[in-house]
Design a binder for this molecule. Structure first.
Ligand SMILES: NC(=O)c1ccc[n+]([C@@H]2O[C@H](COP(=O)([O-])OP(=O)(O)OC[C@H]3O[C@@H](n4cnc5c(N)ncnc54)[C@H](OP(=O)(O)O)[C@@H]3O)[C@@H](O)[C@H]2O)c1
Length: 267
């Protein structure tokens, strides 16, 4: 399967994994409706996509806002007459022990971006995806499959995605719509610079400066995501270690918890 001429909505497209996905899709000749908060960066990604051979619209969108998600879908359909795939990729992260948090309000923002964003976009895109027998691709996280310290609110928002989309997949049996959930582990993007910390603020220096050796590049991650999207594979856990942890946890939960705690402490 190729994405040539496919009409694709992609959120979180202004940087990181989203930008890498946009570039790879554009080089296959896709028609892209690119959404993100940051309109200047979004426009330059759209321009790069056009140079790579795709068509691209930059549609500034806050995915926490229902009306803006509806507008994103409406503008895409008005331009290309339908939608073949929705990539829900926009996301925000956190790094704090729950008991150390002094401003708990960012938990609402984590749910708003990571859970309600994909849900709203899916809600408005679904009639068109049914028409095209299209695909819903959701970028979750290894924290959506297994809990991790310092990530409680993030893990909750990503677990919610698995619960929601696993249920929706069953509702959509026999419609031809495929749902692929893809869970990355460490990818070298700006996500750690934008993450919420205990006081609800963001770090002043990129934490990746000290720990990027084990991360994959956004382009590598995008390659894996597109392979899974093409196959319509229902779930892809990108790290073998996380895959093993998910399989082993029902049998040796205490051991798995200790290993996860040690690994997170090392980062
Ligand atoms: N990088 C990793 O190690 C990793 C691991 C597991 C899962 N993931 C998941 O992968 C996805 C992409 O993350 P990334 O690593 O590429 O991070 P990133 O570089 O920070 O990209 C995320 C994008 O989402 C945008 N965004 C944030 N809030 C938004 C909103 N309300 N509406 C629209 N766009 C919004 C950000 O815009 P601004 O920059 O303007 O805020 C940013 O461009 C996320 O869902 C993340 O949870 C990443």
């Amino acid at each position: 399967m190729t994405f040539k001429d496919k009409r694709i909505v992609l959120t979180g497209a202004a940087g990181g994994i989203g930008e890498a996905l946009a570039r790879q899709l554009a080089s296959e000749g896709a028609r892209l409706a690119l959404a993100d908060l940051n309109s200047a960066d979004l426009e330059s990604v759209a321009e790069a996509c056009r140079r790579l051979g795709g068509e691209a619209l930059a549609i500034p969108t806050d995915v926490t806002n229902r009306d803006q998600c509806q507008r994103l879908i409406t503008m895409t359909v008005e331009t290309w007459g339908g939608i073949d795939a929705l990539f829900s990729n926009a996301g925000v992260s956190m790094w704090a022990r729950f008991e150390d948090i002094t401003d708990i309000s960012f938990f609402e923002q984590l749910m708003a971006v990571n859970y309600f964003g994909p849900l709203y976009c899916t809600y408005y895109a679904l009639p068109y995806l049914k028409e095209s027998q299209g695909r819903i691709i959701v970028i979750t996280s290894s924290s959506g499959k297994i809990g991790a310290p310092m990530h409680s609110g993030y893990a909750a928002s990503k677990h919610a995605l698995h619960g929601f989309f696993d249920s929706l997949r069953i509702e959509l049996l026999d419609t031809g719509v495929k749902i692929a959930l893809i869970a990355p582990l460490y990818v070298r993007t700006g996500i750690r610079l934008h993450r919420f910390e205990a006081d609800g603020g963001h770090p002043s220096v990129d934490p990746y400066e000290t720990s990027q050796s084990k991360s994959m590049t956004p382009a590598q991650a995008a390659g894996i995501i597109l392979r899974a999207a093409r196959r319509g594979k229902r779930e892809t856990i990108m790290s073998l270690k996380i895959k093993a942890a998910v399989k082993l946890r029902p049998f040796i939960p205490g051991v798995v918890d200790s290993v996860i705690r040690r690994k997170v402490r090392q980062r």
